[in-house]
Structure formats: structure tokens, C-alpha cells
Design a protein around this ligand. Structure first.
Ligand code: TTP
Ligand code: CA
Length: 367
């Protein structure tokens, strides 16, 4: 049987890279993005940092005052998180990635699995060129670099990606997969947390190779059938989880910032039509129909508002989005004297429900 070709794409130092994109003059300095709790000027925690800051041992989750101390005497730049902006960048990249894959499964704001088996005809040499092409495309279109791991399944692709960052491209062919995992510590496998790895260590299992060689019946006796078999398979680089679209039953949206604050309907609609085009593309790629159209607005005083309308019939086309967005904005502008700074377009109420297959990863949320 032909092997699947699965990619895991993970954007490099994502929040900090977005900040560099917005302001390239900070690129050569340590950049730290953090959540400021507001109690004192320096209270809060580091979300992420660029690789220059990481040289000074700055880490995600570290208190900001500690990061400041480590970067003393440098020209370090500290910035507060701006999730909406990162989501906007993330959406643009995901949209590009989606065009390169049969299936795309977004796992977080900066990570997605792509099934590209058909696109590269199951060939891992081709997969390398293909991954390079996607990297070049995203870099030139959006300006963001990412690392990518390619393997015969999600498990191997993820670990391959983690092995070389930033701007990495790591290919693990099916016949290399088992030996690639063998020397790694067991806790590199998804689902093997601190508690599990301590028990495993007491059984003499330290590396993935140890786990692969361990009697599967004993694993089942200790962890039960589902987990025991999962551990055995994972250690042997076997993972049949499909790459599948997730969370699409909720909504599809795009947000953008106007070139200048405005109350001019035509000017605003120019932007929302761009956004609607992306939304409509996404809707069509996923073969959905929507029943609700909504707008999202950030005003000059930074307050945000949304308005929505329910359609009489499900629709799938851009014109329906445009028309309803226009109606919603006409009404909205008559209700506020303020200028608009950012706008969003959202559709929801999808009528085609995909059977929701239970994911093995769901078992691990609490470990
Ligand atoms: P990661 O992918 O873990 O990290 P990263 O993208 O910053 O760096 P790299 O992949 O190059 O190692 O996390 C993605 C984003 O999630 C990150 O940019 C910021 C956010 N994040 C937090 O807010 N808190 C955290 O503790 C971590 C680990 C990440
Ligand atoms: Ca990342």
C-alpha cells in the first residue's frame, strides 16, 4: 500500500515574528511578547520571544521581570500580545496552505497538518520540493517563515518538525520512521506526560526504542487497551489518525484593519469585499453552506461590536455575503457616530455537518 505523505507546519517564534513583520526595525534585537497582567509595569509572563532573545535564556511562560533581567544591557523590545493581529496573519497563511493540501487540520494558531499524498503522488523526494515551494510561497506572500516536518503520518511529521527549527525542513521517509524515533525520550510522544513517563521509567522504558520492544500485553495490562495499544503503535511509528478539518462546524471569518479610520460606506465595503472573498473561498473549499452572516467592528475608541443576520435559505456564494454585509453596515453606521478602525466578516450556521470522528488526541487533554 502506498504511504500517506503528511506535513506538520509550525510557524517560527510566531507572535514575535508577527511583531517583526509589523515593524522590521526590531528584527536585529531581542523581541519578547508577553501578557501584561497590569498589576505593576513588569508583572506578567512571556508568551514567546524571537531567537535572539532565546540566546539569553528567555523562555515562554517566564515572568516578564526575569526576562527583563536576563536581557539587561541589550536593546530588547518588549511588546504586549495582540491576538487579533496574529490570527489575521495566521488566517492568511492557513488559506494559502489549504490550497496545497487535500485536507488541512489546524491544531492551533500556528500549527497545521496537511495531507499532501495526492499532490506528491506518495513520493517523499517530491514532498521535499513541494514543502520548499510552500515555504517560499508563504514567505513571499505573507513574510512569515515556518518549520515543516514530513512523514508517513501525523505523529512522525510532528516530531520531524520539532527536530529542526527555525526555518527547518525535515523529511522522514516511511522506512526511516522507526529508527528516527528510536533514540528519543518516550515523553516526546504525544500522550506520554510526566506521570506516564515516570511509570515507564520504573519498567525500564526510557527511549522510544525501549517502548517499541516492550511487550504490548503488559502495556495493555497497565494502561488499558486503548492507551496500551496506542503507546505500542506510536513507538513503532504507526499512527493511522487521518488529517481532518476540525472546528469547521462553528464559523469562518476574516478580520482586517482599514488603511485609515473611516465612516465611509464605500471605503469600508472595499475592505469587507476583500475579506468576503477569502471567506467565500474557504466556504467553497470545505463544501459548506451558511445560514448566518455577521460583521465585526472595532471602533476608534477600541470598543468592538458585532451584528448578524439569519438568511431565509442557506447560501454559499460571495454575493450573498457582500449584500448582507452592506445591509448590516448601513444600519450599523446609522447607529454610531464613531469612526471604524477594523472590520470583520463572518459566516456561520453551516448546514452540512461532517460526522465528528472522535480523535485519539482527545484522550490526552488531561494528562
Ligand atoms: P510555539 O509554537 O510553542 O512557539 P513559537 O511559535 O513561539 O516558537 P517556535 O515554534 O519557533 O519554537 O507557540 C506558538 C505561539 O503560542 C507562540 O508564538 C506564543 C504562544 N505561546 C504562549 O502564549 N505561551 C506559551 O507558553 C507558549 C509555549 C506559546
Ligand atoms: Ca511555532
Amino acid at each position: 500500500m502506498q504511504s500517506r505523505v503528511v506535513m506538520l507546519v509550525d510557524f517560527d517564534y510566531f507572535f514575535a515574528q508577527c511583531e517583526e513583520l509589523r515593524n522590521p526595525t526590531i528584527k536585529d534585537k531581542p523581541v519578547v511578547v508577553g501578557v501584561y497582567s497590569g498589576r505593576t509595569a513588569d508583572s506578567g509572563a512571556v508568551s514567546t520571544s524571537n531567537y535572539i532573545a532565546r540566546k539569553y535564556a528567555v523562555k515562554s511562560g517566564m515572568p516578564l521581570f526575569l526576562a527583563k533581567r536576563k536581557l539587561e544591557g541589550t536593546e530588547a523590545v518588549f511588546l504586549p500580545v495582540d491576538h487579533e493581529y496574529y490570527e489575521e496573519i495566521s488566517d492568511r497563511i492557513m488559506q494559502i496552505l489549504r490550497g496545497y493540501a487535500t485536507n488541512l487540520e489546524q491544531v492551533s494558531v500556528d500549527e497545521a497538518y496537511l495531507d499532501v499524498t495526492a499532490q506528491v503522488q506518495g513520493n517523499f523526494e517530491r514532498a521535499k520540493d513541494y514543502a520548499q515551494r510552500i515555504k517560499t510561497e508563504v514567505k513571499s506572500q505573507v513574510g512569515i517563515s515556518f518549520s515543516v516536518g514530513v512523514g508517513p503520518n501525523k505523529l512522525v511529521a510532528k516530531i520531524a518538525c520539532d527536530s529542526q527549527k527555525p526555518d527547518g525542513l525535515t523529511i522522514v521517509k516511511p522506512e526511516e520512521a522507526k529508527s528516527f524515533l528510536a533514540p528519543l525520550a518516550v515523553d516526546r510522544l504525544l500522550g506520554v506526560g510526566k506521570k506516564t513517563s515516570t511509570v515507564m521509567e520504573s519498567l525500564g522504558i526510557k527511549t522510544v526504542a525501549d517502548l517499541a520492544a516492550f511487550d504490548v500485553q503488559r502495556l495493555v495490562a497497565i494502561w488499558g487497551k486503548i492507551l496500551g495499544v496506542y503507546f505500542h503503535n506510536a513507538a513503532n511509528a504507526i499512527d493511522n489518525e487521518p488529517v481532518q478539518e476540525q472546528g469547521e462546524a462553528e464559523s469562518i471569518s476574516r478580520i482586517g484593519t482599514l488603511k485609515q479610520d473611516s465612516r465611509d460606506l464605500a471605503f469600508i465595503l472595499q475592505k469587507t469585499e476583500e475579506l468576503a472573498e477569502d471567506v467565500a473561498k474557504d466556504v467553497s473549499v470545505r463544501n459548506l453552506s451558511f445560514r448566518q452572516v455577521a460583521i465585526y467592528v472595532v471602533l476608534t475608541d477600541l470598543s468592538s461590536k458585532s451584528r448578524s443576520v439569519t438568511l431565509e435559505q442557506p447560501a454559499k456564494d460571495k454575493e450573498t455575503i457582500d449584500k448582507n454585509v452592506r445591509d448590516l453596515f448601513e444600519k450599523f453606521l446609522s447607529e454610531t457616530p464613531l469612526e471604524i478602525r477594523r472590520v470583520g466578516v463572518k459566516v456561520s450556521g453551516f448546514s452540512r455537518e461532517e460526522p465528528h470522528q472522535k480523535q485519539l488526541t482527545n484522550f490526552f487533554q488531561t494528562t
